[in-house]
Design a protein around this ligand. Structure first.
Ligand code: MN
Ligand code: MN
Length: 291
């Protein structure tokens, strides 16, 4: 097992969960409201509109874990198992469920459909946010990566912008985990923007809603304009809006780039222990599926 690769993969998944738990406190707040209430929001204190415990994660991490569990339990790809895990998660009365996610999961429950027809209003960030386990299980199998990513996405979100972002972020993470550095990441971003000019993020428009374009612009802006895991995450979540999801995705990229040891101890220590234990287990198992 390549130790550095493992370290970056753990950095990505734990960084993702840290971003979720840190950002959830200020989800749906504006940068001004955050500044007024917290100055700069830097600690994993819970609260927010969901009234979370410190270190508690939300749908972003829970849906990722549900997807990872399906891959692990079935030693590979089983789309129905993924949908079943999403349904079991919805039935568990989670603190937060996105509207498009709920609509897709109920469509599966009520009609047995594993994908919806393409829709313009499916351009939320819910499919993109939960795709990391697929990336980890397919590091050296780009064809599987593409098929699995799109299939899991289309259970709830069927939209070209969502698809484009999910594939691009997955390929960026793959490059970082494989140690290919920032140039390969930038190439992926360039490809995405060539395909869908909406994603251009310079100059940064400053919106951070759950619309996949706003989400990706925010994540890319702060990932490429900060120089540490901590500054990347703090800048991202203080932009507010869908802060748990932008935080999670920024934490995923920054964790893969800087590695596990750059994630501040105070955040790792505060993160829900059951969640971090399951993430460590999933990373070890998913990475092994590549050999
Ligand atoms: Mn969330
Ligand atoms: Mn969110």
């Amino acid at each position: 097992m390549n130790e550095r690769l493992m370290n970056r993969a753990l950095g990505a998944y734990l960084g993702f969960a840290c971003g979720d738990a840190l950002g959830a406190t200020v989800e749906f707040m504006s940068p001004k409201q955050i500044q007024k209430r917290y100055g700069v929001h830097t600690e994993m204190i819970g609260g927010g509109w969901l009234g979370l415990e410190p270190g508690q994660v939300t749908d972003d991490t829970q849906m990722s874990l549900a997807l990872g569990r399906a891959i692990i339990d079935h030693h590979g790809w089983n789309l129905r198992a993924v949908a079943d895990n999403f349904l079991a998660w919805l039935d568990s009365d989670p603190p937060d469920v996105g509207n498009t996610c709920r609509r897709g999961i109920l469509r599966y429950r009520d009609e047995g459909l594993l994908m919806g027809l393409p829709r313009e209003d499916d351009a939320g960030n819910g499919a993109c946010m939960r795709n990391l386990p697929v990336v980890l299980a397919t590091l050296d199998r780009p064809d599987d990566f593409e098929v699995w990513s799109l299939e899991q996405s289309h259970i709830t979100h069927h939209n070209p912008l969502s698809d484009g972002a999910t594939l691009a972020l997955g390929r960026m993470i793959n490059a970082l985990i494989n140690g290919q550095g920032l140039e390969s990441c930038l190439l992926e971003v360039e490809r995405l923007i060539n395909q869908y000019s909406e994603f251009a993020y310079t100059p940064y428009p400053g919106k951070a809603s759950g619309f996949i374009v706003d989400t990706v612009q925010t994540v890319l802006h702060y990932f490429f304009n900060t120089d540490s895991f901590e500054s990347c995450l703090i800048s991202t979540v203080n932009q507010g809006g869908d802060a748990d999801t932008t935080g999670a995705l920024a934490g995923m990229l920054a964790g893969a780039k800087y590695g596990l040891e750059q994630i501040p101890m105070r955040w790792l220590a505060q993160l829900d222990r059951r969640v971090s234990a399951e993430i460590r287990g999933q990373v070890a198992t998913l990475i092994k599926m590549n050999s």
